[in-house]
Design a protein around this ligand. Structure first.
Ligand code: DAH
Length: 349
């Protein structure tokens, strides 16, 4: 009996040490400790033994069971640890792997320039006012001293919707709207940003839709000197102290006298290129003293009030500031172009 137990123990130890999986371990346990296994068989043999023998054999058999269970538990613990290590290895997070790129949007270069211009004029006490893009012929032209049949209308080839309605060709109608709306007929200081539309063929410097920022100052004793001073502040702030500026006499029906402001071309530095059409200068705004007829059309007495007005082209300003050679780049949403401006404000990146 004793020999049998020792033999069984040895045999079991060899087998249990070869175990690789939980399933194998459970099968082995059933094989040796199950109802039909050798241990159960030995137990059933007890019946035929004497009381004395039973005592001795019984304790040997219990010892055998305990040892087998201990071995099984040891192997189970080893297998569980191996399994845990395998999972830790396979589920390990590699923090050195490059992560998914997060894309940030950014302020459009044109919007940036418009914001900058707005901030400048707000700092000088101007209000920002907007007007409708679908405008009446009355405000877009008539109130601005451009009656029907006036030759200057041809310079702004328009998208008419009806005889009386059109897509505004300029932001100047907002001037007239602000003056009309001022029932007290008191002083005014506003800028009016917005989109305008013209039946132009698109090329590097023209677009059928673009933006303008209108400026209007009305008060007693406003003179050309105020206009010049304001434009100088504007040009220096936007383009830097070192940029050259040129004022040219010009003509607009709604101003008298009228003048145009040019800035030296950033692309060629003044020698002439396609951006400046070979002149070395880029026109950035038209301006002048508000025509007495316009004041009168909007209920102001030109004997009491005078004023100046200007119309800025933000696209031209942005092209100059950032060295952009084609106006169409602002509208086509090409990511390669936009990414050039994809910088967080205030960062050095
Ligand atoms: N409205 C003019 C244009 O679109 C620009 C302009 C010129 C606006 C002179 C003004 C001004 O207010 O005084 O060409």
């Amino acid at each position: 009996m004793k020999d049998k137990i020792n033999e069984l123990k040895k045999e079991f130890e060899v087998k249990v040490n070869e175990i690789k999986t939980m399933k194998e371990l459970n099968d082995l346990k059933t094989l040796y400790l199950g109802k039909k296994g050798p241990v159960a068989e030995l137990s059933s043999m007890m019946r035929e033994l004497s009381v004395e023998e039973k005592k001795e054999f019984g304790s040997l058999l219990n010892g055998l069971k305990q040892e087998l269970n201990l071995s099984i538990n040891n192997v189970r613990a080893r297998l569980e640890e191996e399994e845990l290590n395998r999972r830790l290895e396979s589920e390990k997070i590699d923090i050195t792997l490059p992560s998914t790129k997060v894309n940030f949007g950014s302020v459009h270069p044109l919007t940036k320039v418009i914001d900058e211009i707005e901030e400048l004029f707000i700092s000088m006490g101007y209000d920002v006012v907007e007007g409708p893009e679908v405008e009446t012929d009355m405000y877009n032209f008539e109130k601005l001293n451009l009656p029907k049949g006036h030759p200057a209308r041809d310079a702004q080839d328009s998208f008419y919707i009806t005889e009386e309605l059109l897509l505004r060709t300029q932001t100047s109608p907002v001037q007239a709207r602000v003056m009309d709306a001022n029932t007290e007929k008191s002083s005014i200081r506003v800028i009016c940003p917005g989109k305008v539309y013209r039946r132009d063929d698109d090329d590097a410097t023209h677009s059928h839709q673009f933006t303008q920022i209108e400026g209007l100052v009305i008060d007693k004793d406003i003179s050309l000197a105020h206009l010049k001073g304001t434009l100088e502040v504007f040009a220096k702030k936007l383009f830097g102290e070192d940029r050259e500026i040129r004022l040219r006499p010009s003509f607009f029906p709604f101003t008298e006298p009228s003048l145009e402001v040019d800035v030296s071309c950033s692309k060629c530095g003044g020698s002439g290129c396609p951006v400046c059409k070979g002149t070395g200068w880029i026109e950035i705004l038209g301006s002048g003293m508000v025509h007495p007829n316009v004041l009168r059309n909007c209920g102001y007495d030109p004997e009491v009030y005078t004023g100046f007005a200007f119309g800025i082209g933000p696209e031209r300003v942005a092209m100059l500031k950032y060295g952009i050679s084609d106006i169409r780049a602002f509208y086509t949403n090409d990511m390669r172009f936009l990414n050039d401006f994809n910088r967080v404000e205030g960062s050095d990146k």
